[in-house]
Design a protein around this ligand. Structure first.
Ligand SMILES: [Ca+2]
Length: 178
């Protein structure tokens, strides 16, 4: 497997496809949203133009105030379908900004049953300024080998259940290091 290349599709959101949640062709843009409880209006994500730190487009997620007891992962911006290999080191890098400082959690997961997390989860503080966030992890898959369809997820409710606001992302890269 090639090292150094971004394994994500459309990491810079430069191939925007109207809005989430899905329309007929939305899957082509690589990204999707997840809502734990379909009856709760957690918010929405869109690919927008203007003020993008990379290229002409970025993702903007508007988070509503949600019910008490909601978990951080109950509203996700995610991408699946890229390979992660056991024992290899990866670097995840992205740009993030929020309407006000808030916690955002990110995970790189096995996409299937438990255990879910080959790369550990990390929690960061997004602020009102675009910030480059970068971290490395060593992938650990229970069965070894390569998971051909891993999942990257930004947990939009990690800031708590009363943290309405926007969280924006751009230039998301996941690279296997040599
Ligand atoms: Ca972009």
């Amino acid at each position: 497997m090639t090292t150094g290349a971004n394994v994500l599709r459309n990491g810079g959101f430069e191939a925007p496809d109207t809005v989430f949640p899905p329309d007929a062709s939305w899957r082509d843009d690589g990204w999707s949203t997840y809502f734990f409880n379909p009856s709760v209006d957690y918010g929405r994500c869109d690919i927008v133009s203007g003020g993008s730190p990379e290229g002409s487009f970025h993702a903007r997620c508007a988070v509503n105030t949600v019910e008490s007891g909601a978990q951080g992962w109950h509203f996700l911006l995610s991408q699946t379908g890229f390979p992660v290999s056991d024992g290899r080191t990866y670097e995840l890098e992205f740009r993030v900004r929020a309407s006000a400082s808030r916690l955002v959690e990110v995970s790189v997961q096995h996409n299937g049953g438990a255990p879910y997390t080959p790369g550990g989860n990390v929690v960061l503080m997004a602020t009102s300024s675009w910030t480059v966030f970068r971290y490395r992890f060593r992938a650990s898959l229970p069965a070894g080998g390569t998971d051909p369809s891993a999942k990257l997820a930004f947990w939009l409710l990690s800031g708590g259940t009363s943290s309405a606001g926007t969280v924006e992302f751009d230039d998301v890269r996941l690279r296997m290091l040599p």
